[in-house]
Design a protein around this ligand. Structure first.
Ligand code: URA
Length: 362
């Protein structure tokens, strides 16, 4: 999902595009930004361009001072040539009705429609942004903000109508009821003997971002709320850093009851609770699932059959992993578990930086 395609002419705006690319990669995931279409030897370049442009959501059409009149060795305007890449890319973006933002650099201007081949004329009506030399960072920042609002990432709230929301809430409650009555749960006796609550999860049934941790701790089991102890304070701090509150997201765990003695989940416990967690995912249908810690990451990579499965959290933390669920495309984002920062404070900065990536989906 959500890719940005940068269309530009080297001889016209290479320097500006390099600067823009650096700026975009500081604020957006690098993998989402498409700069030069890679066309393998022997490949059909029209098809290669078609597939690259088709998979993007926002098409940046960079226009510098010589964009219109850039010519080939024989003095022909490149834009008039049928196999000109810039033209082919723009025509494809128009054909697929992509969001096109003309980006004016180096005093480039929107050409007049009459000066353009027919198949790309329509772009001149698209509202342009200017990246001026003196205010480049400021202008580029505004462009990033505009791009974010155009990405089809679904907001944290208001994705569904009120009646659908109530139905989702009722279905979450039925997950809870089923768990409360599941006397065959490997942790049922621990719950009853300690007068613990099951911890189903908390937040919006309509959330686009769903966090999945490992298992409730003591405080969580005593209150029935996920992440309300020291790890929860870290989680709240991270959410605040990207202007989110608990009610904007949904937070749950792989195990929905507390295992005794702070130990790791056993395979038997994981197998028992997974169908409940899967039901929660199916009900909430998040566009982004954030795995907090390696247990959640391992489970989700396997569930999604992602090529990254078997990878370590050290390698995969902060990555946006694209995957499919029956209800649609999602991103899996593995992050370090907040508890890690409690005994290794230097990891807090890493977690904070990784959290910034979630801004893309807000
Ligand atoms: N750790 C978790 O994984 N989940 C909680 O709810 C609390 C701590």
């Amino acid at each position: 999902m959500s890719r940005i395609f940068i269309n530009y002419r080297r001889q016209d705006s290479e320097g500006y595009v390099g600067r823009l690319y650096d700026h975009l990669t500081q604020h957006l995931e690098k993998d989402l930004i498409f700069l030069d279409v890679e066309i393998k030897p022997g490949a059909d370049f029209v098809e290669a361009i078609e597939s690259a442009v088709q998979s993007c959501d926002v098409f940046l059409l960079v226009i510098g001072p010589s964009w219109l009149n850039a010519a080939d060795e024989q003095g022909r305007r490149r834009i008039d040539l049928e196999n000109d890449f810039v033209r082919l890319e723009i025509a494809t973006a128009l054909k697929h009705n992509k969001v096109i933002i003309p980006v004016l650099v180096g005093r480039g201007q929107i050409p007049s429609a009459n000066d353009l081949p027919e198949d790309i004329r329509a772009f001149v009506r698209r509202n342009a942004v200017e990246l001026s030399h003196n205010r480049f960072a400021y202008d580029a920042g505004r462009l990033v903000e505009a791009i974010k609002t155009m990405m089809p990432a679904r907001g944290a709230k208001g994705r569904v109508a009120p009646d659908v929301l109530s139905e989702k809430q009722a279905r979450i409650k039925s997950v809870r009821d089923d768990l409360v009555n599941a006397t065959n749960s490997p942790l049922y006796q621990v719950r009853v003997n300690n007068r613990y609550f099951p911890v189903i999860g908390e937040g919006s049934a309509d959330a686009n971002i769903m966090f999945i941790g490992e298992a409730p701790g003591k405080t969580e089991a005593e209150t029935g709320k996920p992440f309300c102890g020291p790890s929860g304070e870290v989680l709240d701090d991270m959410l605040r850093s990207i202007n989110l509150k608990r009610e904007d997201v949904f937070v749950t765990n792989l195990l929905l009851d507390r295992p005794p003695e702070k130990r790791e989940p056993t395979p038997e416990e994981l197998a028992f609770y997974m169908p409940f967690v899967d039901r929660l995912i199916d009900i909430i249908q998040p566009g982004v699932i954030v795995a907090l810690g390696r247990f959640a990451m391992d489970y989700l990579l396997r569930k999604l059959d992602a090529p990254e499965k078997g990878g370590t959290i050290t390698k995969l933390h902060g990555k946006l992993i694209k995957a499919k669920l029956p209800y649609g495309d999602i991103h899996l984002v593995p992050l370090y578990h907040p508890a890690v920062t409690l005994y290794n404070p230097s990891q807090k900065e890493t977690l904070r930086q990784d959290f910034q990536k979630l801004k893309l989906f807000i």
